[in-house]
Every structure is written in structure tokens, then in C-alpha cells.
Design a protein around this ligand. Sequence first.
Ligand code: MN
Length: 346
Amino acid sequence: MYLLVPRQISEIKQLLSGKTKVVLTTHSNPDGDAIGSSMAMLRYLQKKGLEVTAIVPNHYPGFLAWMPGVEQMLVYERDAKACQRALGEAQLVFCLDYNALSRVGIMTEILKRSEAPRILIDHHIEPQLDEFTYSFTTTDTSSTAELVYDFMVMMGDTVMVDREISECLYAGIVTDTGSFSFAANNEKTYRITAELINNGLDPQKIHRLIYDTFSENRLRLLGHAICNRMQVWDDLHTALIYFDRKDLQDFDYQVGDAEGVVNFPLSMEKINLSVMLTERDKKIRISFRSKGDFSVNDLARKHFEGGGHKNAAGGNFYDTIPNTIKAVKQILSAYKNELNFKMDYR
Ligand code: MN
């Protein structure tokens, strides 16, 4: 846990006064917490009178398109020049919901070149502290959105948290906790949520906007995944789902359509690890979810050039789908004992 000490807080307050040019960055394949944290921060800093640009490396899922501010966001993949210009002129950079500069993918080099101080706000394990000027990071929280709220409080700006900011922050909390089903054992998460409701947030409305806006194809893709694309390896207490290029075409895949699919296999009592493979341009994107103490962060770091949290992580593999499945099974066979446990729910 790395909190900001009073001296750092007053330095940051200085940086946030006047007309400072600020750039907000977040990780590749941005999720609800990445976009929610960015949009909350965008509105907050704009209200403070700063010149703010929010950048994402690649496109965000459609179920986040309702969020206030997203229309101002620059997508690096689509508009590299404008993003480079903003980063070149930046006097301060926020790094939201990621723990190492490599997590911004195609933006990494250009971000490294910027000499502006970087403020990290994040909840992933093992942050690369040497890459940031200021680090506000802990794993003992539901989401980066929760820490962004803490940050606004630290800046003495609690009263600036309006309905729109509350909606963005809530989107981060609700998606990173699977609607308060994991990483939500901390009473503080609920106290902050209560504050957000107090500021005009309608939780049911946000829930509907995020979860009740599927296309028919997206729901059918989920059915297809579980019916036709799921392998269950009993001896490893593991289930694996894969989507190849043709699946994605057949169901007219849109960014975010596979979001959450990886969580379903864990609803089987016997399954402790869920793996999802998605065929991308030149690689296989892998998502991991686990129960209990089995760390998919360690697994992803060690074998799949990735990482994340103890029970939710991602990585990449550079081969075909069938070969990746073989490799995953091979790698997991070394974890057979660690994967053999029964959750005690009593
Ligand atoms: Mn997060």
C-alpha cells in the first residue's frame, strides 16, 4: 500500500491549480473501472478549470458509451496524432487503473517520452513505483474508482463530486466487483456508494445501462460459449472457453461482447479456475478467473506476459487456438495440487 503523504498532497494541489495541461491515461482494453475512473477524473479536473484530455489506447465497450464525457475521449488506435500532441504538451499525467507503463500497450513508448510528472492511482498488485512520480495504490479496495473518490476527498474537493461524477465512479465499482459479489468485503466500498447515492446517483439506472443493454448476438455468443466452446478439465478443476475468429464473425462481435463470459464457469462448484481465449489479430488474448488462494496474477505473469489481481488477470499467447489450449493444459498440469481444493462456504 502506497498512500500519499501530506507533503505530496500539497505538491499535487499545487500542480492542480492554475491552467495546468493534464492528460488522463488508462490501460489497453479498458473496462468499466478504467473508463469510469477516467471520466470521473475528467469531469472533476474540468470543473477545477484545468485543461484535460482523456486518452484510451484502444476502443472501449459499447455498454460504457452512456458515460458522461466519453464523447470527449481520444482513442489512440484511431487518433494517434491528437493523442501524441496532447501527451507532448502535458504538464501532468494521471495513470489510472494500471500498475506499469507497459499496460498502456501501443501508447507505452510515447508515454515514456513525456517528461510530465505522473500520478498513479491504482489497485493492482506490485506496481512499478519507479515509473511514477506519485503513487496512490493499494489492493485493499474494490476498484480504482473508489481510490479516485478518496483522491478527490484528499484534495479537499468532496463537495465537487456531483451526480455525473458519482455515476462514473459507481460504474467502476459495480463492474470491478461483479455487482458487489467479489472484492466487496470492505465496508468502505458501501460507505462511498452511499455517498454517491447521496449525490444523486441512481444505482438501478446505472445497472440497467451496463447490464441490460445486450444485443441479441451478445447473448447468443454467451450461450454458444457455454454450450459449444467450453472444455471442462475435472482433474485440474479448470474450465476453458475459447472464441476463434469465425465465432467472433458469426456473432458479429463488438468490443466488450465477451466481457463477463469468463466468470460463468466459476459458478460450477467443482471449478476453481476459469480460462477464456479470444483470437485477436496476431495473438490469443487470455483471461483468467480463480477462486480462493489460487493466484492467476502469478500464473499470468509467469507464463503469459500478463498479470492483474489474485483472482482476475489476463495475458497473451502467440500461437493458434488449438496450440494455445494444449499449452495452457500443459502449464496447468504443474499446478494440479494447488488447483485441487474445495471452497468452504460455511
Ligand atoms: Mn480496476
